[in-house]
Design a protein around this ligand. Structure first.
Ligand SMILES: NC(=O)c1ccc[n+]([C@@H]2O[C@H](COP(=O)([O-])OP(=O)(O)OC[C@H]3O[C@@H](n4cnc5c(N)ncnc54)[C@H](OP(=O)(O)O)[C@@H]3O)[C@@H](O)[C@H]2O)c1
Length: 288
C-alpha cells in the first residue's frame, strides 16, 4: 500500500509514482495504463517529454476515477514568463484532457521563472492546480524564491540517488517546508547503480532487489520517488517497497555511497548550463 504525505498546503499525495520521461508517445498510453493497473496513482510527465496526450488517453481509459489519480506536468524553459506559462498550462491541460492538475512544476531554474511563478500562484488560487512547485532548484535559488513569493513551492523535484544524496538540499527544504521528490532515483541505471555491492548485500539481507532498496531508502527519508519502467514486472517490483524497513546500519552503509555526483544534469557547472541552452537551440544534436 503506497503511503501518502501531506504537503505544506495540506494536500496529500502518494509517496511513490510513475515517471514517463523517455517513453515515446506511441508506447506511453500502454505504459501508463499498465502502471495504473499495477497500483500507481501518481503520474509524472512534462511538456518537454512530448507524451502528455498519451498520458491523457491512459487517464481517460484506465477506469480509475480522476480524483483518485495525482497528475503532474511541468513548464519547460521556453515556457517561462507570466504569459508564456499561462499559455503552456492551458496547452498541457488540453493535451492531457483534464479540468485541473494535481501538481504543476517549473521544470528548470532558468529564464523568467519569477514571472512563471506568478502565473502558477494565480492558477493555484483559481483552483486549476492543487499544488505548485519547482524542479532542479539548488538551495540558493530555492531560498531566494521562497523569500520573494506569496505562495511557497509545495515540491522541489530533484535528481537524487545513492551517488548524489544531497543532504544540504534536504535540510534546507525541510526548513522551508518544501517537499523533496526524487527524479532518476536509479540514476537511470547509469554508473553501475544496480550493481553496487553495498546495495546488493542489503537487498539480499531483506530478500529484496537493489532497486527496491534504493526506493525504500528515499521514502524512509520522506522523499517521494517516481521511478520509470516500461516493463510490468519492474513496475511491480518497484512498488514492492512498502512491506519492509531498512535499519540504521543499512542507512549508514548507503550514506557511504554518496559521491556528490549527479549522473544526469549538474547545473552547478557552467558547461552544463550551456548544454541546456545548446539543447534548446538544437534539440536534435544533443540530448538532456
Ligand atoms: N524534473 C526533472 O528535471 C526530471 C528529470 C528526469 C526525470 N524526471 C522524472 O523522474 C522519472 C524517473 O527518472 P528517470 O526515468 O530519468 O530514471 P530512473 O527512474 O532512475 O531509471 C529508469 C531506468 O531504470 C530502469 N529500471 C526501472 N526499474 C528497474 C528495475 N526494477 N530494475 C532494473 N532496471 C529498472 C528503466 O528501464 P526500463 O524502462 O527498460 O524498465 C530505465 O532504464 C522520469 O520518468 C521523470 O518523470 C524528472
Amino acid at each position: 500500500m503506497i503511503e501518502r504525505i501531506k504537503l505544506n498546503n495540506g494536500i496529500e499525495m502518494p509517496m511513490e509514482g510513475f515517471g514517463v520521461f523517455q517513453i515515446p508517445e506511441e508506447d506511453c498510453e500502454e505504459a501508463v495504463r499498465t502502471a495504473i493497473e499495477e497500483g500507481y496513482r501518481l503520474i509524472d510527465t512534462a511538456s518537454s517529454y512530448q507524451n502528455e496526450e498519451a498520458v491523457g488517453r491512459a487517464i481517460r481509459r484506465c477506469g480509475v476515477p480522476r480524483e483518485e489519480l495525482f497528475i503532474t506536468t511541468k513548464a519547460y524553459i521556453q515556457q517561462m514568463g507570466y504569459e508564456n506559462t499561462k499559455e503552456a498550462f492551458e496547452g498541457s491541460l488540453e493535451k492531457l484532457g483534464l479540468e485541473y492538475l494535481d501538481l504543476y512544476l517549473i521544470h528548470m531554474p532558468f529564464g523568467d521563472y519569477y514571472g512563471s511563478w506568478r502565473a502558477l500562484e494565480e492558477l493555484y488560487k483559481a483552483g486549476k492546480i492543487r499544488a505548485i512547485g519547482v524542479c532542479n532548484f539548488l538551495p540558493d535559488r530555492l531560498l531566494d524564491l521562497c523569500y520573494n513569493v506569496e505562495i511557497r513551492p509545495q515540491i522541489n523535484q530533484i535528481e537524487r540517488h545513492p551517488h548524489y544524496q544531497r543532504k544540504e538540499d534536504l535540510e534546507i527544504m525541510k526548513e522551508l517546508g518544501v517537499q523533496p521528490q526524487a527524479w532518476a532515483p536509479f540514476a537511470e541505471g547509469l554508473k553501475g547503480m544496480f550493481g553496487e555491492p553495498v546495495l546488493k548485500a542489503i537487498a539480499e539481507k531483506h530478500g529484496k532487489t537493489s532497486a527496491q532498496v534504493i526506493l525504500r531508502w528515499n521514502v524512509q527519508q520522506d522523499v517521494i520517488v517516481i521511478p520509470k519502467s516500461v516493463h510490468r514486472e519492474r513496475m511491480r517490483e518497484n512498488l514492492g517497497i512498502w512491506d519492509f524497513k531498512l535499519d540504521d546500519a543499512d542507512m549508514e552503509q548507503i550514506a557511504s555511497l554518496d559521491k556528490n555526483c549527479p549522473s544526469m544534469l549538474d547545473t552547478r557547472k557552467i558547461s552544463e548550463v550551456k548544454r541546456v541552452y545548446d539543447y534548446l537551440e538544437n534539440p536534435v544534436l544533443t540530448s538532456l
